[in-house]
Design a protein. Structure first.
Length: 302
C-alpha cells in the first residue's frame, strides 16, 4: 500500500512512529504538509497539488491535523476523500470532534456520561447558568482549544462570574462545567482503534495544577480500566465517527464522564506509559479496513 500522512512536521514523535510502522510492514509512505497543499475544485475531477506536483496514487491517508489548522486541514483531507483515498479518520468526524459543544451535544443525545455542562452567550444568563451547573467550583473552557489551553478552574461563584465576564468581553464562546473533585486531578486517556480500547493510561496533574495534560507537566502511568469505562470510550468514538481516538474520561461519583474525544491523539505519552506499539495497531487497522472509495461522506457533508 501507499499511505500518505498529513502532518506539518515529519520529525514529531507521533508522525515518525507512524512512518516507522508503515515501513516495518513494507508499505510506501509519504508525509505531506497540509498547509502546503492546494486544490483544484472542478466537477468530477478533484485534484490536490503539492510543491508543484499533482498528488495521486495513494491508497490510504492518516490525518495528523493540529487544532490550529482544523479548517484548512480538513478541507485538504476532504479533497483526498473525494478522490477515493481511504481516510483513517474522516474530515467530517474530525470537524465534529473539534467543536467541543457539538461533540458534547452528540454524546449526551446518546446517553454518554458527561460532566454537568452549561453553555450560554447573554450576560443576563450567568446566574441561571451557574445554578444549572450547580456546585461552587466550576471549570470554564473555551469551545476551541487543546492541551489544556483556554481552561480555567474557579473555586468560588464570584471567581466564575469574573472569568465569564472576561471571556464574554473577548466575544469568545465557552462552556461551564462542574468540577469533578473526586477525580483528584487525574483523568484517563483511552486509546481507541476501531471497536477496541488498545491502551489506557492515567494522567495525574502536578501539585497545584488541576489540568492533567502531559504538556502541562502531568505524569502518565498505565492503568486497568473497568468494563464500563471501556464501553464508554468505544461508544464515544463511534458516536463521533472516529476510527482512531483518544477518549479522556474522569472517574466521577456517577460513573465515567467523558471530558473530550481527541481525533489526533499523540502517541508518545501512551506508548511510553504502556510500552505498547500503538502505531503498529493503527497501520494494521488500515490494512484490514482500507478500500478505494470506502468513506461514508465522500466530501458531501460538512
Amino acid at each position: 500500500m501507499h499511505i500518505v500522512i498529513l502532518s506539518r512536521n515529519r520529525e514529531l514523535y507521533s508522525t515518525q512512529r507512524l512512518i516507522d510502522a508503515c515501513k516495518a510492514r513494507e508499505h510506501e509512505v509519504t508525509v505531506v504538509d497540509p498547509l502546503r497543499c492546494y486544490m483544484n475544485i472542478v466537477p468530477n475531477a478533484p485534484e490536490i497539488h503539492y510543491k508543484g506536483k499533482k498528488l495521486e496514487g495513494f491508497d490510504a491517508i492518516i490525518p495528523r491535523i493540529g487544532a490550529s489548522i482544523t479548517f484548512y486541514g480538513t478541507a485538504v483531507l476532504r479533497q483526498f476523500e473525494m478522490t477515493g483515498v481511504y481516510p483513517l479518520n474522516e474530515s467530517v468526524a474530525i470537524s465534529r470532534s473539534r467543536d467541543k459543544l457539538r461533540s458534547l451535544q452528540l454524546l449526551s443525545r446518546k446517553g454518554i456520561g458527561l460532566p454537568v455542562t452549561g453553555f450560554a452567550h447573554s450576560p443576563d444568563d450567568t446566574d441561571d447558568l451557574l445554578d444549572t451547573v450547580g456546585g461552587n467550583a466550576y471549570v470554564i473552557k473555551l469551545t476551541e482549544g487543546t492541551q489544556g489551553k483556554g481552561v480555567v478552574l474557579t473555586e468560588t461563584r464570584g471567581a466564575a462570574e469574573s472569568v465569564i465576564e472576561a471571556f464574554r468581553g473577548l466575544d469568545a464562546h465557552f462552556l461551564v462545567q462542574e468540577f469533578v473533585r473526586e477525580a483528584k486531578g487525574a483523568d484517563i486517556r483511552c486509546f481507541v482503534v476501531g471497536n477496541r480500547v488498545i491502551a489506557a493510561m492515567k494522567r495525574q496533574s502536578r501539585e497545584g495544577e488541576f489540568r492533567s495534560n502531559i504538556h502541562r507537566g502531568g505524569q502518565a502511568s498505565q492503568i486497568r480500566i473497568t468494563p464500563e469505562e471501556r464501553s464508554t470510550a468505544v461508544r464515544a468514538a463511534r458516536i463521533l465517527g472516529l476510527n482512531v481516538a483518544g477518549v479522556d474520561l474522569l472517574r466521577s461519583n456517577h460513573g465515567p464522564a467523558v471530558m473530550e474525544v481527541n481525533a489526533s491523539p499523540g502517541l508518545e505519552g501512551i506508548e511510553g506509559a504502556t510500552n505498547k506499539d500503538i502505531a503498529g495497531h493503527i497501520v494494521r487497522f488500515i490494512e484490514t479496513n482500507s478500500k478505494q472509495g470506502k468513506t461514508r461522506t465522500r466530501g458531501t457533508s460538512g
